[in-house]
Design a binder for this molecule. Structure first.
Ligand code: SIN
Length: 332
């Protein structure tokens, strides 16, 4: 059977254009359609070997504006493509700013059996109009990963490095090599079209994926906020957040706190969080440190902790947990 790779476009800098080829910051993201973008990468056809490309524009946004509607559409289209027997892999072009959140979200919502095939997110730090864009090489590297026999599950590829959805984090504002996997390290590198794997890709089973997206699409997205600890942080923001919402506004159901160091929290902010928890708001402790996990101990008790997830990913995990509970409560 002829194998296909589905390219799903969502926008981002990779699809961005500037008025000058030397401008790598003053551009508009999400301007070029995915088919046109990839058509312009001359070596792509030969890199695909005999695999046939399929193009789908699922969204066209600067990823800072990514939201529930785009995620919902994306999850459904990825699931659809992975369900096709002749589609061997999905490659998603995405903005770098929230790529780690989309990758983690997909790793959690796509059915485990479908994650036997790879879903590779890729991106660019320079717009398509740049004198020296990085998008084309990233796409070629993503294709090499998508075609690798060892690839499975949701992965991110940028600057020749393969990351796991759970660990990948954007760590630089400007450099082409903007992503890092912290203590876990990358899963591998792409060198001249060949993937040098350092670690096995996680299976759907150990990413925690456990739901049927079709059932989830009907459930409301719960409101979960993030607060940060810093010098002089107080409980005032938490109290304001948890005050009775205006008519029609969604109440806060959860708060992730990006603590300092090993998840430490100013005593006044902690008082606010414990009050919120007593009112039924779910609180999760994470750290604002870019590396390491909150190591449980007497000083980190009283609040659930994020199991090594960054604050933004802990927020997604908490949202999904709340949605699962809501579904159970609705008897679905
Ligand atoms: C975006 O995230 O959509 C814009 C920034 C980027 O892709 O680098």
């Amino acid at each position: 059977m002829l194998k296909k790779v589905a390219f799903l476009g969502t926008g981002g800098t990779i699809a961005g254009t500037a008025s000058s080829a030397s401008d790598n910051v003053g551009y508009r993201a999400a301007q070029v359609g995915v088919a046109q973008l990839l058509d312009a990468i001359a070596p792509l056809r030969s890199a695909l070997g005999g695999w046939e490309p399929v193009f789908e524009q699922v969204a066209q946004v600067d990823s800072k504006d990514m939201g529930w509607a785009q995620w919902s559409a994306l999850a459904q289209r990825v699931q659809h493509q992975l369900s096709q027997p002749d589609v061997a892999a999905v490659v998603i072009t995405h903005g770098t700013d929230t790529l780690e959140e989309t990758a983690y979200f997909l790793s959690r919502v796509l059915p485990v059996d479908l994650q036997a095939k790879p879903v590779v997110l890729t991106c660019a730090m320079r717009p398509a109009s740049s004198l020296v864009p990085d998008g084309p090489q990233n796409v070629l590297d993503a294709v090499a990963v998508a075609q690798s026999a060892q690839a499975r599950g949701v992965l991110a590829v940028c600057a020749g490095t393969v990351h796991c959805a759970r660990d990948v984090q954007k760590v630089h504002t400007y450099r082409l090599n903007a992503f890092d996997s912290g203590d876990a390290g990358p899963l591998g590198y792409v060198e001249e079209g060949v993937v040098r794997w350092l670690h096995a890709c996680p299976t759907g089973a150990n990413t925690g994926a456990r739901m049927d997206w079709q059932r989830w699409a009907a459930v409301d997205w719960p409101r979960v906020e993030i607060v940060m600890n810093y010098v002089g942080a107080s409980g005032a923001s938490v109290r304001a957040m948890c005050a009775a919402p205006a008519i029609g506004a969604q109440p806060v159901q959860g708060i992730v706190v990006a603590g300092t160091g090993n998840g430490t929290i100013h005593q006044d902010l902690e008082r606010g969080l414990l009050e919120a928890q007593a009112q039924g708001v779910r609180i999760v402790r994470a750290t604002r440190c870019a590396q390491g996990v909150v190591v449980a101990g007497p000083a980190t008790g009283g609040l659930a902790h994020s199991e090594g997830l960054s604050p933004v990913k802990a927020r997604i995990a908490l949202m999904l947990e709340l949605m699962a509970e809501q579904q159970c409560a609705n008897g679905q």
